[in-house]
Structures are given as structure tokens and as C-alpha cells.
Design a binder for this molecule. Structure first.
Ligand code: AMP
Ligand code: MG
Length: 930
């Protein structure tokens, strides 16, 4: 008032100034006081993992900080009830709203350990209340949100954490980051990724005699965090505003989050004695949609109910059509059937019948298809034994599947020498052709029924032993009939399979082809990896349908001429996540592209997605054709149900990630001879009322993370365990680790799947060697040949790193993220000094900024104590010392002097203002500057 009237200030001089406060703080916040607070925070934030709320777009390496906002209002009545809850729990409204927010985040992310940042005023003594200056600090509120806790208890926990945090509120956040050294990145805020703010100080509007003062909302289109929620108490209730990164989320997703938050708050206020696991996250309508409408897949399949019958129907109809083409051999339906019948009779003659397991150990050929059909016709189940596997593995599989008979060929017999002495009957097709030729060529009488075992396929087992998955006729028949609907192909269609039959991938082509009069091309191994020759083959043979692992197709197409490896009508990709960028590249070939997902346990594939319509996919996102990241996996096949469930087996709302469960006709019999494993993964189905004769419907728990999109299609988000896919091969890292650990020199072993510089996945083995073995040299080869004797080649790591010990997390588990990358080995820890003038200048500059005695050219700026503010100082120093303008980002992109110095040199030489230069990292030691 005085100022506006040009009067002198009526205020008394301040007793202290901000500078006094700063000085006081500097003197006070050190030594024991500082240590005590730091110790508190170090303990409090130990082992904290970033919060991963599944985003709509893949997280960019560098955040662009563009933001959007959603406003909402908690109605008066809810506000009153929340206040009541706070009162009875002796907590503040802030704590209550924060607790609800953390519960919502936990539900959304599937994580339990939720850290949220929150600002604190920092004016803790009355003397500073009237000062103008910066006092605000950020505190990290970490809460363990477990399903078993009661809402009221959780609120108590949040209250306790908050009170403790207030007591230790003085350590500046940036000092804390320096101390705790979380992994730094340009794409993610350190220590917390979401912020919560609550304003409850009454809003006062200043009244002046001749000036009107009003409050206006602050609009901005940027945000510092993935998500931040600010709430304010007003007369009409509590208002809220969520700001979010638009490079991560769509508005609809945030609106759903707001609804979920309100639902959580309502229930917490209503029933504080409720367990968090009992919170109802879905409305009735949403529940009905997710559980029923999106699973309305019942289909009646009339006609033949056995695979061999489906095949024989085609023999009847089209005896002259080509059935199988392989290795230059071509057989008709009639011919294939006669040969399969002879084998079938021959097998029956030796006692093979329903439930008998018969191995197939042969190369990809017509003969392999004869064996497969012959075994099914005899009533048995086939067990593929890939000839490329080590003998030990084959023997284990044969025993575990209790296969008494193996159909094989001359070139394999040598490797199976001695097996007959162990009571296994080997049928070598060349040697026994004569005898088999005497058998009847007529179809066999059917002994199998829908519930009979059709095949056993082994998948990697995390405890060190492969598990045999048993699939029955009825599951395979449902699959085949459903896939035939999807493929929309009739007799004469040419199908190609390019994978081993030891995995079920190829079944997408094999059985639909043979059940519909199709022409099945079984591509031999050598041809399947030769892009150029395979391209020729596809062109010559006019292949219509192909099933392949996407990375296999990408790898094939790297060579010239290999773009011809493309079917004319339908490309089915599956076995691993597929990128939109690949689909886009394939989509100009005029074929349909189907993404197909499913574990072996649920019969080859359970859901499909038409990925070829990617243009309309782009439209759906309101013209923003942001098709980066992975292709959705789609909707269930007929008679199959899919569920995305949270830790309490409750359906997750749209957009919320959970574990994918599969039910219905796809669910296989289980793991052979492994009741405990079967019980763990094949669980009672709580959603299907219909009971089965064998005790009830079951769901297979996939271990995959997924979520529903609003349009009723599923998205695959990754694994929740240590199972990986390398070029489509399913691998439990634990299995390799268990085998490696049995090596006499190995004390401990960890295996990870890493991407190399060009984005290809490879296995790396980390080994801690027993003390007595240390003096020996180069054991990499030794591990490799050791593992090759026991595991299939695709499970053998190519690279081994020996470590004195493994990095551990706070709770004593191996910290896989902290395993050094094999490339880092060369430069390992050793101090490497500057090699030229520029490096020398940079080394001493960094040392000065970082307060270190010396810095080597391979030291990572952020690992030796740097943070973004210090990086800013480095940039300023470079500007003045070298007369060039470097962006702050370049320190994040080139955090080693070995990387930074050539950039500085080039910029100085060319007088490039580096702020405008683009730097692209090629690999560890090179970059492109443009
Ligand atoms: P398998 O038993 O070899 O078929 O492997 C099944 C696993 O492979 C699934 O549990 C997924 O983790 C992964 N997978 C299979 N198909 C797809 C797909 N289309 N997209 C993403 N992941 C897939
Ligand atoms: Mg599969």
C-alpha cells in the first residue's frame, strides 16, 4: 500500500537477512549434524528402484519435458470424509492424500516400493518467516505398499515416514543425489520420478486502494517429472492437477489414473480397516468389459477332433496335391499318408499307443513329417529331439519324457550309440525301411481321443533342468482350427516353416497346412539362415504364408537380395516382441502381418494382432502416428481367455500392467512328471464357472507383463522374471547359471542377456572363480566347451567375464544392473592418464570441478562424483578455456574424457558452436558429429 502511494516503507528493518541465513546454514549443516541426516537418508533410500509406470510411448533416452495437465476436484463430501480419516488417524490431510497417491501408483506400476518427491517450505525457525529467499527443499517419501497392509496402517506408515523426513529435512536434495549416486540419465529424474504437492495455507488476496489484484492460474506446457500431482484445499473441496510428460503419456491414460486415485481415496475413507488387496479398482461395467466382453470367444468346432483325422480328410479330398516339400523332395498327400500309415502300424506293432511318447531325432525333411504323422496315427505323442543338441541333453529329454522309442536316421545313429543297451528302441528309417514297407498303407484305427497327449516340447527350466510341456490333441485341434480361420487359406496354399520342431513355433504352419490341403515347405537349417538363397527359394516356390521370429527375419534381410524373404499373403511373426519399425518396413509388400503371441504351455499361440493395419493404428492416436516401440499382441483366439491380473489375482484396469494369465481351450496338460511345477504355473481359474471333468478349469500364469489398451487389445510389456528370449529361443538364465555353477572351478555364476552395439541380443556369463583356480589363464573357452556339452548352442554365452565378486543389492541379491559390461573390462578401473593436450586440459579441469586429485580419461563423470550442476560448470569452463559452446547434454552423452575430448577438439578446430551440433554415439569410443 505504502509503495503504491510512493510512501516510505512502514516495515521495521529485518533482524536477519538471507545472507545471514545462508551463513548460518553453512556453519551449522556440517560435521555431525550433516552426517546424521545423510546417514538417515542413505538408509532410507537404500536399494531404491525407479518407478516404472507403464507409459503409452517408449521412454525416450532424453526427456523433452513437454507436459500436459489434467484438473480434477474431490467433492466436498469426500473432502470431509478424508479430513475425518486424517483426524482419527492423527495424520494430516497431506499425509492422507499422499498415502492414497502412493497406493494408486503401486496399483498402476505393480511395484510395492513407492518413492514420491515432495517439496518442503524449509522455514523452520520464526526468524526466517519474513525473509525473501530460497528455502524450499525436496524430500523423498518412500513407502512400502504391500497388499496385505490395512489402509489405516498404511496411513500410519506414511505418517511415520513423513515425520522422520521432516526431522531430516535440511540436507539439500542435490547434495543427497551426490551422496547416494543413483544411476544418472537424461531420461529420468534421480531418486523419484513423481512429485506430490499439497497447499493448505489459506489463499490471501492482497487488497490495495488503487490497484486490483487477482490470482490467475499459471499455465505452462512443460513438466520436470514423469508425473506430478498438486492439490489444494479450497472452499468447494480439494482441487487437484496432475501434470505429466506428453512424451510418455496420453491424456486418456492420465484421466484413468485420476479416476483410480479417486476410487482409492473413497474406499480408504469409507473403510480404513480394509486391506489394500481388497480395494476395488474397477467399476462393474469395466469389470464386465474386461472379463467377459473382451473374452467372448466361444466357438463351436464341428467335424474331426483329432489332428490325424484332419489330415486324413485332406488325403481323401486331395490325394494328388503336394503335401510336403523339403530338401528337394516333394510328396503328395496320398504318398505322405501311405508312408505315415506304414510307420504308424510299425510303431503299433511295438506297442506304441495312446499316451506313449516317441522321440523324433532327425533333420528337417519330408521324413520328419512322416515320423510326426506316423506317431500321432499310432495314437502316441511325439517328442522332438533336435539333432543339434548335445547328447547329454537328448538323453535327459528322452528319460524325462519316458520315451521308449525314437524314430531317427542313419546320420544320427552314431550319436545315439549305446542307447539301445539302456532299453530305448531306435528306429533308423534307412535301416528299417524294408521291414516298414511290409506294413499296411491303410489308415489306422483311431485309439486317441481329444484328451490324449499329442506332443511333448521341452522348455528351459529356471532350476537347471528343462521341463517337458504336454499338449493334448484337443488343444492342438482348437489351435489349428482357429489359425486356419485367421489365415483364411484353402487347399494349395504354400506354407513355409523355418524353425526347429524342438520348439513349437513351426506348429503355426505345419498343422494348419496339413489340415487344409496346403503345401508345407520344411526349410532345412542351412537354407533357413541364408538370406540370399532363401530369398531365391521364396520367389521360386511362391510361398504364401510364413511364420518366423521377427529378429530372425530382420537378420536374414541384412544381406542383399534377401528382402525377397517375404510371403505373398500372410506373415506371422511371434516368439518375441516385434517393433513397429520392422512392421512398417515389411508392410509395403502387400502381405498381411499378424503378430502372434503365446507360450508353449498354452499351445503355440493364444492371441493375435493384425499388425499390417498400422496406418489406421496411427490414426487412432489422433493423427499422431507415433508407432515406435512394440506392436500389441492383440486378442484371444476362439475358446481362449486372457486375463491381466495383479498380485492378488484381481483383474487390472485398462492401462495398468499386470501378469498375463491364459485360460480356456489353449491351456496344455502341464509339465510331464513335475506336479509341483505344474501346480505353480497352472492355477485354478477363478473366472470360469464351467468346471472340467478333471477337477476344474485352469489358468496358465505366463510370467509375462501385459496390459489392456482401451480398445480391448493386449500389449506385451516384458517379463517379470529371469526368462529371456534370444532370437526367439526361450531361455531361463537360471538354467544356464545352474549348469555353469556345477563347473568345478566356478564358485558363483550369473548370466545376462545384453544387447550389443547394433541392438542384437547376446548372452554374457559372469563368473566368480574358486580361489584355487585363479592362477589359470583364459578360461572363457573352457566354460564355453563345458556348456556346449550340456546345453543347446543357443543357451551358451559367447562372452565370459570373471569377477572377484558379484555386485549385490541392499537385500543381498545379485545386482544385475551393476554387472560391468564386457567392453568396460578393457578400460577396467585402472587409471589411464591424458594422451594429448586437450585431454590433459580436460583432466585437470574435471579434477578441479569434481574436487579430485586426478581424473583418468576412462572415468565416468557421474561415477566419480559429478552431477548436473557440476556438468554445468564443466561446460562453462570449456566455453572460456576453449572458446566453444558445448551443450550440457554432451556431458551426459560423453561422460568420459576419452569421448569428450575428440568432440572438443573437432569443435575447436572447426569453430562449430557445439550447441547446434548433433552428436551421435556409435560405440564406446566413437561418435558422429554433424
Ligand atoms: P515360447 O514358449 O517359446 O513360445 O515362449 C513364450 C514366450 O515368448 C512368451 O511368454 C513371451 O515372453 C514371448 N513371446 C512369444 N510371442 C511373443 C510376441 N508375439 N510378442 C512378445 N513376446 C512374445
Ligand atoms: Mg509360442
Amino acid at each position: 500500500q505504502a509503495f503504491s502511494a510512493a510512501q516510505p516503507s512502514p516495515l521495521k528493518p529485518l533482524p536477519v537477512q538471507y545472507a545471514d541465513y545462508a551463513l548460518w546454514q553453512r556453519n551449522w549443516l556440517q560435521g555431525e549434524v550433516l552426517q546424521k541426516q545423510l546417514t538417515y537418508w542413505r538408509n532410507q533410500l537404500e536399494g531404491l528402484e525407479p518407478l516404472e509406470i507403464a507409459s503409452d510411448y517408449p521412454r525416450p533416452a532424453v526427456a523433452n519435458y513437454r507436459g500436459g495437465g489434467e484438473d480434477f476436484l474431490l467433492p466436498e463430501e469426500l473432502t470431509a470424509r478424508l479430513k475425518g480419516l486424517a483426524r482419527t488417524q492423527k495424520a494430516t490431510l497431506f499425509m492422507t492424500l499422499l498415502a492414497g497417491f502412493q497406493v494408486m501408483l503401486a496399483k498402476y506400476s505393480g511395484q510395492r516400493d513407492i518413492a514420491v518427491g515432495t517439496p518442503i517450505a524449509g522455514r523452520s525457525t520464526p526468524e526466517v518467516e519474513n525473509l525473501i529467499g530460497f528455502f524450499v527443499n525436496t524430500l523423498v517419501m518412500r513407502t512400502s505398499v504391500g497388499g496385505e497392509s490395512i489402509c489405516g496402517e498404511l496411513l500410519q506408515m506414511v505418517r511415520h515416514t513423513a515425520l522422520q523426513a521432516y526431522e531430516q529435512q535440511d540436507v539439500p536434495f542435490e547434495r543427497l543425489v551426490e551422496e547416494i549416486q543413483p544411476e544418472r540419465s537424461l531420461g529420468r529424474h534421480p531418486l523419484f520420478q513423481t512429485m506430490f504437492m499439497f497447499q493448505n495455507t489459506p489463499q490471501t488476496i492482497i487488497r490495495l486502494s488503487n490497484i486490483v489484484v487477482d490470482l490467475l492460474p499459471m499455465e505452462s506446457d512443460w513438466t520436470k517429472f514423469d508425473l506430478s500431482l498438486s492439490m489444494q484445499e479450497r472452499a468447494e473441496g480439494i482441487t487437484g492437477r496432475i501434470r505429466y510428460r506428453t512424451d510418455l503419456y496420453q491424456p486418456k491414460t492420465i484421466q484413468r489414473m485420476v479416476r483410480l486415485y479417486q476410487r482409492v481415496l473413497e474406499q480408504m475413507a469409507e473403510r480404513p480397516d480394509m486391506r489394500l488387496s481388497e480395494l476395488v479398482l474397477l467399476s462393474e461395467a469395466e469389470r464386465r468389459q474386461i472379463l467377459q466382453e473382451w473374452n467372448r470367444s466361444a466357438v463351436e468346432h464341428a467335424g474331426a477332433q483329432l489332428i490325424q483325422e484332419l489330415f486324413e480328410e485332406q488325403v481323401e479330398k486331395n490325394p494328388g496335391l503336394t503335401a510336403v516339400v523339403s530338401g528337394g523332395e516333394r510328396v503328395s498327400y496320398g504318398e505322405l499318408n501311405r508312408r505315415a500309415n506304414q510307420l504308424g502300424h510299425y510303431l503299433r506293432g511295438m506297442g506304441v499307443g495312446v499316451e506313449s511318447r516317441v522321440g523324433i531325432c532327425m533333420g528337417r525333411s519330408v521324413e520328419m513329417m512322416v515320423a510326426l504323422l506316423g506317431i500321432l496315427k499310432a495314437g502316441g505323442a511325439y517328442v522332438p529331439l533336435d539333432p543339434g543338441y548335445p547328447e547329454e541333453r537328448l538323453r535327459y529329454m528322452t528319460e524325462a519324457a519316458q520315451a521308449g522309442v525314437i524314430v531317427t536316421e542313419e546320420k544320427m545313429v552314431g550319436r545315439l550309440r549305446g542307447w539301445e543297451e539302456r532299453g530305448i528302441r531306435l528306429i533308423c528309417r534307412e535301416r528299417e525301411q524294408g521291414k516298414m514297407g511290409e506294413e499296411s498303407e491303410e489308415n489306422l484305427e483311431k485309439e486317441s481321443v481329444g484328451e490324449s497327449l499329442a506332443y511333448v516340447i521341452f522348455t528351459s527350466g529356471s532350476t537347471g533342468k528343462a521341463k517337458g510341456v504336454g499338449i493334448e490333441q484337443r488343444q492342438l485341434v482348437n489351435y489349428v482350427k482357429e489359425m486356419l480361420n485367421k489365415l483364411e487359406s484353402g487347399a494349395g496354399t504354400r506354407y513355409a516353416t523355418v524353425s526347429t520342431i524342438a520348439a513349437d513355433l513351426g506348429n503355426t504352419m505345419i498343422f494348419p497346412a496339413l489340415a487344409s490341403g496346403g503345401e508345407l515347405h520344411v526349410i532345412e537349417e542351412e537354407l533357413a539362415i541364408d538370406g540370399e538363397k532363401l530369398g531365391e527359394y521364396f520367389e521360386r516356390e511362391k510361398i504364401d504364408c510364413l511364420k518366423i521370429v521377427p529378429s530372425h527375419l530382420v537378420a536374414l534381410q541384412r544381406v542383399k537380395g534377401a528382402e525377397r524373404v517375404m510371403p505373398r499373403r500372410v506373415l506371422v511373426i511371434g516368439g518375441e516382441a516385434c517393433q513397429w519399425s520392422w512392421v512398417k518396413a515389411w508392410s509395403n509388400r502387400g502381405c498381411r502381418i499378424i503378430n502372434h503371441y503365446g507360450p508353449t504351455e498354452t499351445t503355440v499361440g493364444a492371441v493375435t494382432y493384425e499388425a499390417g493395419n498400422w496406418e489406421s493404428e496411427g490414426d487412432r492416436e489422433r493423427g499422431r502416428a507415433r508407432l515406435d516401440g512394440a506392436v500389441p499382441i492383440g486378442q484371444p483366439l476362439g475358446n481362449v481367455q486372457v486375463y491381466v491380473l495383479d498380485g492378488e489375482m484381481k483383474p487390472a484396469p485398462v492401462g495398468v500392467s499386470g501378469e498375463l494369465f491364459i485360460g480356456g481351450a489353449a491351456v496344455g496338460r502341464g509339465y510331464l512328471m513335475r506336479p509341483a511345477d505344474t501346480a505353480e504355473r497352472f492355477v485354478p481359474d477363478p473366472f470360469t464357472a464351467e468346471r472340467r471333468s478333471d477337477g476344474g478349469a485352469r489358468l496358465y500364469r505366463t510370467g509375462d507383463q501385459a496390459r489392456w489398451r482401451a480398445d480391448g487389445t493386449l500389449e506385451f510389456l516384458g517379463r517379470i522374471d529371469q526368462q529371456v528370449k534370444v532370437r526367439g529361443y526361450r531361455i531361463e538364465l537360471g538354467e544356464i547359471e545352474a549348469v555353469l555353477q556345477e563347473h568345478e572351478k566356478v564358485k558363483q555364476a550369473v548370466v545376462v542377456a545384453q544387447e550389443n552395439e547394433s541392438g542384437e541380443k547376446r548372452l554374457v556369463g559372469y563368473v566368480v572363480v574358486r580361489a584355487e583356480a585363479w592362477h589359470q589363464e583364459s578360461r572363457g573357452m573352457e566354460y564355453e566347451s563345458y556348456l556346449k556339452r550340456r546345453l543347446p548352442a543357443y543357451m551358451v554365452p559367447a562372452i565370459y567375464v570373471e569377477l572377484p565378486s558379484l555386485p549385490l543389492t541392499a537385500n543381498g541379491k545379485v545386482d544385475r544392473k551393476r554387472l560391468p559390461r564386457p567392453e568396460a573390462q578393457n578400460a577396467e578401473r585402472e587409471y589411464v592418464g591424458p594422451r594429448n593436450g586437450v585431454e590433459e586440459a580436460l583432466c585437470s579441469m574435471w579434477a578441479e570441478v569434481l574436487g579430485l586429485k586426478r581424473v583418468g580419461i576412462y572415468d565416468n563423470f557421474f561415477e566419480v562424483g559429478g552431477h548436473s550442476l557440476m556438468a554445468g560448470r564443466v561446460v562453462a569452463r570449456i566455453r572460456s578455456d576453449f572458446q566453444i559452446e558445448l551443450s550440457l547434454r554432451s556431458i551426459f552423452e560423453a561422460p568420459l574424457i576419452s569421448l569428450l575430448s575428440p568432440m572438443v577438439e573437432a569443435a575447436a578446430r572447426n569453430h562449430v558452436p557445439m550447441k547446434h551440433a548433433a552428436i551421435q554415439r556409435v560405440d564406446r569410443n566413437s561418435y558422429i558429429l554433424s
